[in-house]
Design a protein around this ligand. Sequence first.
Ligand SMILES: CC(C)(COP(=O)(O)OP(=O)(O)OC[C@H]1O[C@@H](n2cnc3c(N)ncnc32)[C@H](O)[C@@H]1OP(=O)(O)O)[C@@H](O)C(=O)NCCC(=O)NCCS
Length: 429
Amino acid sequence: MPQDTLTITDNRTGQTYTFPVENGTIRAMDLRKIKTGPEDFGLMTYDPAFMNTASCKSAITYIDGDKGILRYRGYPIEVLAEHCTYLEVAYLILFGELPTSAQLKDWVFDITHHTMLHETTKKFMEGFRYNAHPMVMLVSTVAALSNVYPDSKKIDDPATRLLQIKRLIGKTPSIAAMSYRHLGGFPYVYPDNDLTYTENFMNMLWRMVEPKYVANPVISRALDILFILHADHEQNCSTNAMRAVGSSHTDPYLATSAAAAALSGPLHGGANEEVLKMLHEIGSKENVAAYVKKIKEGKGKLMGFGHRVYKNYDPRAKIIKRVADEVFAVTGKNPLIDIALELERIALQDDYFVSRKLYPNVDFYSGIIYEAMKFPIDMFPVLFAIGRTPGWLAQWQEMLLDKEQRIARPRQIFFGPSKRDYVPIEKRS
Ligand SMILES: CC(C)(COP(=O)(O)OP(=O)(O)OC[C@H]1O[C@@H](n2cnc3c(N)ncnc32)[C@H](O)[C@@H]1OP(=O)(O)O)[C@@H](O)C(=O)NCCC(=O)NCCS
């Protein structure tokens, strides 16, 4: 018997089956061969929330959740956050290699020259209510770009795909900044091609009457690092949405909009928003112990703690903690950091959190930095979406080029009633 195999005996029939084991997995479709008779559909696996199912093969991001390792295309996140710009990392994620200087120059030029939004898109955004949630504006406006760029339907053409990828990476910050200005009631600011990606984002967010916006280099680098940390995270909820929606061969704007919608939930990209609400609710360091006690009694969750994959310290949270100090040197300290540090200290000594391997995740500290930069809480998931856009697009393209992938369509175990007779309304009790 070859070693890399799994032998299963079906006790219902006494039959034995042997299946290959490849990369620590068996093919779920092999299980279909296990049948009790010719009428039997075959064995399936039941895996709500994909707890133990690999939905794809991917060469983009590697995570070892037990060791707290995150790598994009083989490069540790710590190294990328230290040495690269966000657009350099976006290139790496999309093309698999770090760019040469000439490639980077062209890439930055191309992204920079796709930051403008069509005037009708601007008008579309102006139609939102004065207090519209910026994440809702982002989700809807990215979807609306599908109308502006009907060529995006040609998903089989590599050049067309690349053009949409550049447009999406270029335009997401413009949409995000416009949604921010909308919230504040300020006129929209057009992109400035003299600035870097992040400086230009800051220009579109914060420029008032000055003729030329000058970005604070510490803040622009901090945002760049935050975008790098969010750029990809393998098969998370929003990436799974991107792949699933993209698998129906819809265009990348609609698929990205679906991914952003998935990101907006409080258990995913909305978590940093929840962290801030929680820290404000706790109010001061002295109240931390009582709050932790409440959580242990089952009254809510410690937001920004725990992760489906990381059962160790989230490596991104470590980097963010360092960035926080640099940002506070410019903005002044956000007092919430003291509450957060105390919360982390108490939780990491407590058996409840230790035994469940609950550590701070990326969202635990990112919100505190964003707040120090004067972003309203509603903008937090939008900032996450800007960073994650290259990851979504790389995963989307990888899915399209994967010959094994087809339209994503899980199975179910039907639990409803069997066939019933129709009862006319006057006879129903
Ligand atoms: C991220 C998250 C959704 C992962 O969920 P998951 O992998 O399904 O983990 P589970 O919900 O099965 O949690 C396992 C156990 O830890 C507990 N737990 C998980 N996260 C917790 C938290 N943040 N605070 C308190 N307890 C938590 C669960 O209640 C469960 O306890 P039990 O075994 O006694 O029932 C979850 O940890 C969470 O909701 N965290 C807070 C939200 C957050 O920060 N999200 C951002 C993710 S980047």
